[in-house]
Design a protein around this ligand. Structure first.
Ligand code: DC
Length: 233
């Protein structure tokens, strides 16, 4: 049975997921759940404590009594870890790679997946990430997978980082995006991939409004939602 009013939006870094997920959630009056922020928070804490990012036992220790709060922010989700606001600190390109590393650890995935299911249980939620349609909410009513060419994603990521006052060099970001794509898609556990019943949207040549309108139409006219794996709008 479909999970009520759960919309999953997965895709690689820079595909427009975050902005689009936030807008779709706002238009529908749904809650927005940024699962990537949770992996970033775990990576941040591991780094802070000097823990080896592939040491599952120590990472499990971090997660035992984790005090992690996600709250709506002006732009990105506000992330409070152990009463410290780490919203900006987790948004660097380096923290993206750190998050990707810790996200390959089974203990981290198990714990965060459980937290995400609890957070989304009440429904009326847009959940964004890499495995939200395949693993976290496999019975979600609407699933989308956003993609775009790596060069376009690097360009967008650069702009985003610069808007936040962070330093960004496009070639470096492109290399990081390609590396993160390989790591996220290549891992054996919950790899980045579209769910079999996801609508795939290539956003390379679409602006944000076009993608949002396309998705809302799919959500609001479920009769036309049966088409799977449609490329583009
Ligand atoms: O969406 P993001 O860039 O904030 O995600 C950071 C990393 O976290 C991403 O490279 C892989 C990991 N991640 C994941 O494995 N599963 C998710 N549902 C969300 C993020």
């Amino acid at each position: 049975m479909a999970e009520n009013d759960i919309i999953t939006i997965d895709g690689p870094s820079g595909s427009g997921k975050s902005t689009i997920s936030r807008l779709v959630a706002a238009r529908l009056g749904f809650t927005y759940l940024d699962t990537g922020a949770m992996y970033r928070a775990v990576g941040f804490k591991a780094r802070k404590l000097g823990i080896d990012l592939s040491d599952g036992v120590s990472l499990a220790g971090i997660l035992e009594n984790v005090d992690l709060v996600l709250a709506p922010g002006e732009g990105d989700t506000r992330v409070i870890l152990d009463q410290e606001d780490i919203s900006l600190a987790i948004r660097t390109a380096e923290m993206g790679l750190v998050a990707s590393k810790v996200s390959a650890q089974p203990v981290v995935r198990a714990r965060l997946t459980e937290m995400q299911r609890r957070m989304g249980r009440q429904g009326r939620v847009v959940v964004e990430g890499r495995d939200t349609g395949t693993v976290v909410f496999p019975a979600a009513r609407h699933k989308f997978f956003l993609d775009a060419k790596p060069e376009e994603r690097a360009r967008r990521r650069c702009l985003q980082l610069r808007e936040k006052g962070l330093q960004a060099e496009e070639q470096e970001i492109l290399a990081q995006i390609i590396k993160r794509d390989q790591d996220d898609s290549g891992r054996s556990l919950a790899p980045l991939k579209p769910a079999a019943d996801a609508v795939i949207i290539d956003t390379s040549h679409m602006n944000i409004d076009e993608v949002v309108s396309f998705m809302l139409e799919k959500v609001e006219k479920p009769g036309q939602n049966s088409q799977t794996n449609s490329q583009g709008a």
